[in-house]
Every structure is written in structure tokens, then in C-alpha cells.
Write a protein that binds this ligand. Sequence first.
Ligand code: BGP
Length: 480
Amino acid sequence: MNKVDKKFPEGFLWGGATAANQMEGGFNEGNKGLNIADVLPGGKERLKVLKEPGFTFEIDNEKYTYPNHEGIDFYHRYKEDIALFAEMGFKAYRMSIAWTRIFPEGTELEANEEGLAFYDRVFDELHKYGIEPVVTISHYEMPLNLVKEYGGWRSREVITFFERYVNAIFNRYKGKVKYWMTFNEINSAFHFPIMSMGFSIQKEEDKYQSIFQAFHHQFVASSIAVKACHEIIPGAQIGCMLLSAPVYSYDSNPENVMYALQEERLFNYFCGDVQVRGKYPAFIKRYFKENNITLDIQEGDLKLIKEHPVDYIALSYYMSLTQKKDKTGLETTPGNLLEGVKNPFLKASDWGWEIDPTGLRITLNKLYDRYQVPLFVVENGLGAYDKVEEDGSIQDDYRIDYLRSHIEAMREAVEDGVELMGYTSWGCIDLVSASTGEFSKRYGFIYIDKHDDGSGTMERKKKKSFYWYKEVIKSNGEIL
Ligand code: BGP
């Protein structure tokens, strides 16, 4: 067999990814309003809030801690952090705009100039080093006022406020930002609607009715954003963002294979089908019928969705899932987000996320086969406990191993014919974990001296992986 020379394409967008609410801090500075992330407690309490009904969406400093309030203080230290990204050779930096910096309550008629000016400074700083900003419009941080007054994305009225927000940012940043994406991990709402949809489920029987109606509103909002983006910023590209975890059948029993297929279609493909193909998929009709779901779809919605599909798919990839129809007697994965049965072929992270680089190759191939639009891996990484050695170094070889194997898998996928735009690994600088509210679940190439008990100097330190990733980027992924 001939040796295949596997390479990443020229201009591949190497970099890192973060989200405003998990790292900016300055939660009440610059006229910023409160958002959903500002009321989510840190530590073990967070998962409880995400999973159990009855959350009140209030800050209670007596009872809880709020690590997102200070984050890693990027709001004041962005110059230092961007200089470190530049030192690693980043070509792209995926970040999000906090909606509440631009529209503090969500409902104002005029945008908040202080918020707009902050992101101007960040984009200018990135461009100073030739780093392309890749911007998520909404990453788990809906304005709290919209959550409380409107019930989040359940309400159709929120579309109008979102439209105002996207118009404001496209007009302001049209000369500075070419790559956009709409809702972070839109499909994660199947599990935790609080973070991405702004409401908690009070009654189990209403769960899917509310979630699918909220999805519909987000799909309409997405089409409005795509249309506005193309009109206001010619040449810009705007994608959807999907949480991608391939679902394997536990065994070859056709019943289990069918079960895995149904789960995968619903969880991995439903949102992509609507936003990329521009129409509701055939399989969802039966699902709606069997689950008594009736959507309020207004005139013009389906036309809008059809006419304005996204340009590319951004995806996060951390793990695969293995499923069996009847799980009795089987060990389940202790993953804090998605639950499946234990896969005997895979090891898991300290948080129970099963590590599966080949799953990334599978995911990329499946998505490309299905949609034939460019893909962009905008999140991938290993959450791990890091230790600072006596000499001040952080020897995170486990992280290097994880990333290396996933980059190799992407290289295989490119060789398979997948059109891949770039790779921004998650949490390139340590930040607050979204699902656990911890600092100790670290993903970064850059260590932050900040701990779960609130102590720490916020000093930035380069981990071993920092130097490794710099070489990866320099060699366009040839030296791993
Ligand atoms: C994704 C989110 C991110 C991020 C990441 C890691 O679901 O888009 O915001 O946090 O997962 O998850 P965690 O922080 O829970 O480890």
C-alpha cells in the first residue's frame, strides 16, 4: 500500500475556545445585566440545580458560591491572555459575546455602549496578533430578565429581542468578525434546558412539549440571524453549534441497534437537520405523535427556516455514548452530562466521560455524509485535575495524550474526505466548568491560580501542553 501523506488543509484555523460567562468575570461591571449563568451556584450544588425542578433563579450568597462572577478575570486581563494565545501561535480564538453586556435586560431598544466597546477592544487585540475571532452569539448566558419575565425560549417574544441583539453586534463588528455561530450546543437542551433555553422543567410530562417549542423559536431566531449576518457582513460565515457524541449500540441485537439509532437521530441530528437542511426531518413526525407534542408554528416560519440555513456546522466533541434498550444489571457511565452504559473498550476521564478519539473520526464522517457542509471542531479537550510541581511546572502529559489522539483522528477524517475548517480546543485557558461550576476541572494550556474554595492569585502559568500545542500549530498538525 502506498504511504498516504496526511495533512491538514492550508489555512486551517488552529486555536482555542472559551465562553464569556465561564471566564470574563466582571459580572456586574460596564452596565452588564445579570444572566442565567450568574445565578448558577458553584460546586456540587450546580448539578443539583441543573437536574432538579424548582430552581428560583435568584442569587443567594448565604447559601451558595458563584464562581462565574469573577471567572478568571478576563474582563480586566484580556491583553495578557491574548498575548499568551498569540505566543502559542493561535490562528483563531473562539469566544462568546455576553448578550447582557450588549442588552443588560434583553429588552432595551438601544445597545449598551460600554459592552460594545469592551468587545471592540478584545477584537482589536486579537487582530493585532493576526488571530481571527470566531464568535458564539449565545453561549449559556440568556439575560435573566428574559428568563424570569418571559420563561426563556419558550416565549416567541424572545425572538424579537434576539433579533435586536444580533443586528447590533453584526453592525458594530462587521469589519472585525467573519466567523459566527448561533447557539452553543443547541441540542444540549434535551438534557439541561436551563443553560441554553433559560427555563427549568417543573413537570416531567411537559418536558418535551416545552423543549421542542423552545427549539422552534430558536430555529426561527437562527434563520433571522443567518439572514441578517449575510446581509450585513458579506462574505461572513455563520454556523450552528451541535454537541456531538456518537451513539453506539451496546451489541448487535437489532433492537438495541434501532434504539441507538433513534437516540442518535433525536439527540445528534434533529437540530442539525432543521438548521442545515432547512426543514424538519421526517422521523420527528412520529416522535411528536407518540409523545403528544404539538408545535405552534406560525405562518412564514418554515419558509424562513428553509431559505436561511447555516453555512457550516460547529461541533463540540468530548466522548461517545453507548446505549442499550434495557439497561438492567449494567453499569452506567457516571458522566455528569450524558448517561449511557459503560463501554468495555474505553477508559473514562475523572468525571466519567469516556475517552474515544475514533469516535471523533466517526462523528465527523457521519456529519459530513449527512450534510455535506464544512465542519469546524470548536470544542474538544480533557477536563482533569492538574498539579503544580515544586518547581512551578505543570506536567500535563495526560492532556497532551488526549489532544494528540483526537487531532490524529481529525487528520484521518480529513483524509476520509471531510471538509474541516479548524480546531479550537476547549478551555484553552483554565476556566469555570459549565456543568460542575468547578475551577478544579481544568482544560487549559494555561493554568490559572484559582481554586474551588475561592482562593488563588489568578496568576497565569504555562503548562507543558502549552509548548506542545505551539509546535502542533507551527507544523500545521504534522508534529504531534
Ligand atoms: C460544553 C460547553 C462548554 C464547556 C464544555 C466542558 O458542554 O459548551 O461551555 O464547559 O462543555 O464541559 P464542563 O465545563 O462541564 O466540563
